[in-house]
Design a protein around this ligand. Structure first.
Ligand SMILES: Cc1ncc(COP(=O)(O)O)c(C=O)c1O
Length: 370
C-alpha cells in the first residue's frame, strides 16, 4: 500500500502492470521502443522507462530534447529517439548525449551533420517519411536523395527510417494499409540504392496489437505500455492492464437542506436534504471544470455536483451512505466492484484517454508502486 496520508490528491502507478504490459508487447520479434514522452503519458517518465527496459523494451521514445535529457540524467543509457523536431541550437548537445534524432528535411540533415562534426561523433538519424498523415515527415519522393545525403556527407549516419500512422486505431484498416504501401515503396527505393538502415519502424500501439505485418524491426507503443485503450473500436486484450489510479480525499461531509445552492455560481441546487461531500481535488490538478463528472467513494459512484473549483469538488452521496473525512475518493481506478477508467473520463470531458492522463497536473504526486 502507498503511504498517502499526507496527500490531498495523488496518482498511483502500478509498475507491475507496466512491466507485464511491456512483456506482452515484447513477445514478438520486433524490438520494442517504449514511448515515454509527456512524462510517460502522465505516469512518470523515468520510473516507467526503467521498468519498461527491465521488462524487455530496448529503446525509449520521447518528443523533445528535455525529455531525453531527463532520462539521460536519471542514468538510463538505453538508445533514445526524439520523435519530434529538434531545434538546431541544441543539436550538438543531443549528438554528444548519443540521442538519436528524427530528420525530415534537407536543412535538418545538414544541421545534424554539422552538429555531428562539431561533437566529433556521428549524429544518429532516423528519416521520417510522410506516408499520409501530413504532419512531420519528408515527402516519399524526397526520401532517397535525403538518405543518400546522409550516407555520402560526413557527420551523421542513417540509423532508421520510419513513418507514423494517422488512423491505426480506427475500425477501417484502409488508410493504414495505404500508408504502409507508400512506406514499402520508399523502403524498396532505398534498397535499390543499397540503403537499408538498421531500424525500420511504423507501428504505434494500435498497429502493434492489430497488424504483425507492420512490425518491421521495431514497434513504438505508447498507450499499450500504460494499459490504455487505443480507441473504442479497439478494446485492449485482457493481457494488458491499466497502470494508473488517481485518488483524492474526502475533507468534509455534511447534510445540506433542500433548495440550497452548492459551490461557485450555485449551479446546482439540492432537491431534498442531501448528503454533500467535499473532496480535495480541482481543476488546479487537472480535474476538469466540466458537468457530469463522477467519482467513487465507498465503492459507489457519486456525482460531482456544483462547479469544480481550483482545489476542491463537491459530490452527492447516497443519503444513508457512511463516509467520513479522510476517506479515499477515486477519480480513475477501482474501488470495490466499481471502476472509473481514463477512457470513461475522456468521454465525459469530450476528449481521449491520452489527454486525461497527460493532463493530470504537476501538483499531483506520482507514487510508483511495485
Ligand atoms: C511518432 C510516434 N510514434 C509512436 C507513438 C505512440 O503512439 P500510441 O500511444 O498510440 O501507441 C506516438 C504517439 O503519439 C508518436 O507520435
Amino acid at each position: 500500500m502507498a503511504q498517502t496520508e499526507g496527500y490531498a490528491t495523488w496518482a498511483e502507478i502500478d509498475l507491475g502492470a507496466i512491466r507485464a504490459n511491456v512483456r506482452v508487447l515484447a513477445r514478438g520479434e520486433a524490438v520494442v521502443m517504449a514511448v515515454v514522452k509527456a512524462n510517460g503519458y502522465g505516469h512518470g517518465a523515468v520510473a516507467v522507462a526503467r521498468v519498461a527496459l527491465e521488462a524487455g523494451a530496448r529503446w525509449l521514445g520521447v518528443a523533445r530534447w528535455d525529455e531525453a535529457l531527463e532520462l539521460r540524467r536519471a542514468g538510463l543509457p538505453a538508445p533514445i529517439l526524439i520523435l519530434g523536431d529538434v531545434p538546431q541550437a541544441i543539436l550538438p548537445e543531443a549528438v554528444a548525449a548519443e540521442v538519436s534524432l528524427t530528420v525530415s528535411s534537407a536543412e535538418g540533415v545538414r544541421a545534424a551533420q554539422r552538429a555531428g562534426r562539431q561533437a566529433g561523433r556521428d549524429a544518429r538519424l532516423h528519416l521520417k517519411i510522410d506516408t499520409g498523415m501530413h504532419r512531420l515527415g519528408v515527402r516519399p519522393e524526397e526520401a532517397v536523395s535525403l538518405a543518400e545525403r546522409v550516407e555520402t556527407e560526413p557527420g551523421a549516419r542513417l540509423e532508421g527510417v520510419f513513418s507514423h500512422l494517422a488512423c491505426a486505431d480506427e475500425a477501417d484498416p484502409g488508410p493504414s494499409l495505404k500508408q504502409q504501401a507508400a512506406f514499402d515503396d520508399v523502403l524498396q527505393a532505398l534498397s535499390a540504392r543499397g540503403l537499408r538502415p538498421a531500424y525500420v519502424h511504423l507501428a504505434n500501439s494500435a498497429a502493434t496489437l492489430r497488424w504483425p505485418g507492420m512490425h518491421y524491426d521495431l514497434v513504438r507503443p505508447g498507450l499499450a505500455v500504460y494499459g490504455l485503450q487505443p480507441s473504442s473500436s479497439l478494446p485492449l486484450g485482457r493481457d494488458l492492464t491499466p497502470a494508473l489510479a488517481w485518488k483524492a480525499r474526502l475533507s468534509q461531509v455534511k447534510r445540506v437542506a433542500a433548495g440550497q445552492g452548492i459551490g461557485y455560481g450555485h449551479t446546482y441546487r439540492t432537491r431534498d436534504e442531501e448528503l454533500i461531500g467535499t473532496v480535495t481535488v480541482g481543476y488546479g490538478d487537472g480535474f476538469r471544470r466540466w458537468p457530469m463528472n463522477q467519482v467513487l467513494l465507498g465503492g459507489r459512484r457519486c456525482p460531482v455536483v456544483g462547479r469544480v473549483s481550483m482545489d476542491q469538488i463537491t459530490i452527492r452521496l447516497d443519503p444513508g451512505q457512511a463516509a467520513e473525512p479522510g476517506d479515499e475518493v477515486v477519480l480513475i481506478g477501482r474501488q470495490g466492484e466499481e471502476r472509473l477508467s481514463a477512457e470513461a473520463l475522456g468521454l465525459t470531458w469530450g476528449t481521449i484517454n491520452y489527454e486525461v492522463t497527460c493532463g493530470i497536473g504537476p501538483r499531483v504526486p506520482r507514487l510508483h508502486l511495485e
